[in-house]
Ligand binder design. Structure first.
Ligand code: GLU
Length: 464
């Protein structure tokens, strides 16, 4: 078998969206599976819509995900000489021809066919044929180049995802492959590139299914080997609609900003339209080992933000606290965190990460330790009653003489509860309020351990 070569070929007209990232992931993983080569190609021939920012956004997105390409990025705009060379060759060998019909004439012929109840297409006026005399070349008119598509027969391919697809050549026009100014058009560039870059497997979204027979015909006319094609069904929102802003972030780079980990994103994307038994959580090493283009789903995948959050929570729980602290710290800064006399962030994260779906959520809960508590007066009155104050005072006194760890603090709490005949919440709630300003915190002994003796003592003292 020839070495596997796959490619990701985005058009740089916006951000890298989830569908594009999944295409990149599958192409990358398939190349990795076979120790092959993954090529990045930027399809930037649409000058009006392509921007350098979008190129950067694609590169940033792939870098964040760790989808390292082995070759490229190749830019189509830098390959114009090559396209011209191939066009000249096709004109010379008769697989393409000059067409001088004006766009108005082409529109009129389409209209005529439509009126006659036929499929609107180019009528072949300028298509050379044995014994046919072509019309005189109109003065001052620059021709387009058309591909001489076979008139009869079918184009078929065994789509790796969808199975056998057959399109009649009668459905296909003599495609314009170069404009009057000589610039090549989309399907032609893709065919030449896939040939030159020796792509063996084209994995892309199924919005390209209609382009495939055209590209296959062009490749055949060039005498180029045909790659395998696999067209991935769309990713839809949970409501079955095309994925859009309404369903959550569509741009991959919004996810780091919202506190998702790249490994969670990859793991989640891998399951959009592919499965390996019931496995939900797996590493990219496992994925690359498994991913052989089998078990791809024929139906559209549904984007499920809750599941993504669940996967992210899994990877947050697995992550090293120091790494999470590095990711959380800048978010805390934007939230106005005060790190003075405050506990170590990695220790705080160790306590809180179990429940956090995102880095943002982790930062929000960590703020507990990085802001001055401002307990609500009504809540204080409710929880810090005169009956409770003596218990709190005893707790404070004895706090000075115990070992500073969770077991000792929990032991002291129990002792005070017993001495004053109180139940746990009667002491834990006022402690939470005076230490953090809120009633919902992780277990109070863990919170106290992290605050440390000086802060804990100072905060309780204010209320006695
Ligand atoms: N440039 C095309 C796109 O961004 C992809 C072309 C292809 O994969 O063949 O949709």
């Amino acid at each position: 078998m020839t070495a596997v070569r796959t490619r990701f070929a985005p058009s740089p007209t916006g951000f890298l969206h989830l569908g594009g990232a999944r295409t990149a992931l599958f192409s990358w993983a398939y190349a990795r599976h076979f120790g092959g080569t993954f090529v990045l190609r930027i399809e930037d021939t649409d000058l009006e819509r392509s921007t350098p920012e979008a190129v950067q956004a694609i590169i940033d997105g792939m870098q964040w995900l760790g989808l390292q390409h082995d070759e490229g990025p190749f830019f189509q705009m830098q390959r114009m000489d090559r396209y011209r060379e191939v066009l000249a060759r096709m004109l010379a060998d008769g697989t393409a021809y000059h067409c001088y019909s004006s766009s108005e004439e082409v529109e009129a012929m389409r209209e005529r066919l439509r009126a006659a109840g036929e499929k609107p297409r180019y009528d072949g006026t300028w298509r050379p044929a044995p014994g046919k005399t072509l019309p005189p070349v109109p003065a001052e008119r620059k021709p387009v180049v058309r591909f001489r598509n076979p008139l009869d027969g079918d184009v078929s391919w065994d789509d790796v995802v969808k199975g056998r697809i057959t399109i009649s050549n009668r459905e296909l026009d003599d495609l314009v492959i170069a404009r009057p100014d000589g610039t090549p058009t989309y399907n032609f560039c893709v065919a030449v590139d896939d040939w030159d870059m020796q792509i063996t497997h084209v994995i892309r979204g199924d919005d390209h299914v209609n382009n495939t027979p055209r590209q296959i015909n062009i490749l055949a006319a060039l005498g180029a080997p045909l790659p395998f094609y696999g067209h991935l069904p769309m990713i839809l929102g949970a409501d079955g609609e095309k994925l859009s802003k309404r369903h959550g972030a569509v741009s991959v780079m919004e996810y780091p900003a919202e506190g998702f980990l790249p490994e969670a994103m990859l793991n989640y994307l891998a399951r959009l339209g592919w499965s390996h038994g019931d496995d939900e959580i797996f590493s990219m090493e496992q994925f690359c080992a498994w991913f052989d283009l089998d078990h791809l789903s024929k139906s559209a995948a549904q984007f499920n933000p809750e599941k993504l959050a669940w996967v992210n929570n899994h990877y947050i729980k697995q992550s090293d606290d120091v790494r999470l602290a590095e990711l959380t710290s800048p978010v805390l800064v934007t939230m106005g965190a005060d790190f003075h006399d405050a506990p170590q962030l990695d220790a705080v994260i160790g306590l809180l990460k179990e429940r956090a779906d995102t880095i943002q959520a982790l930062a929000e809960s960590a703020m507990l330790f990085y802001r001055q508590p401002v307990p609500d007066a009504a809540l204080l009155a409710q929880h810090l009653t005169p009956a409770i104050k003596p218990a709190l005072a005893q707790f404070l006194t004895q706090l000075g003489s115990i070992a500073w760890d969770k077991t000792a603090i929990a032991g002291l709490i129990k002792e005070v509860l017993a001495a004053h005949q109180l139940k746990m919440p009667q002491l834990a709630m006022p402690l939470r309020l005076v230490l953090t300003g809120q009633l919902q915190t992780p277990s109070i002994d863990s919170v106290i351990v992290l605050f440390g003796q000086a802060v804990t003592t100072a905060r309780i003292q204010q209320y006695l």
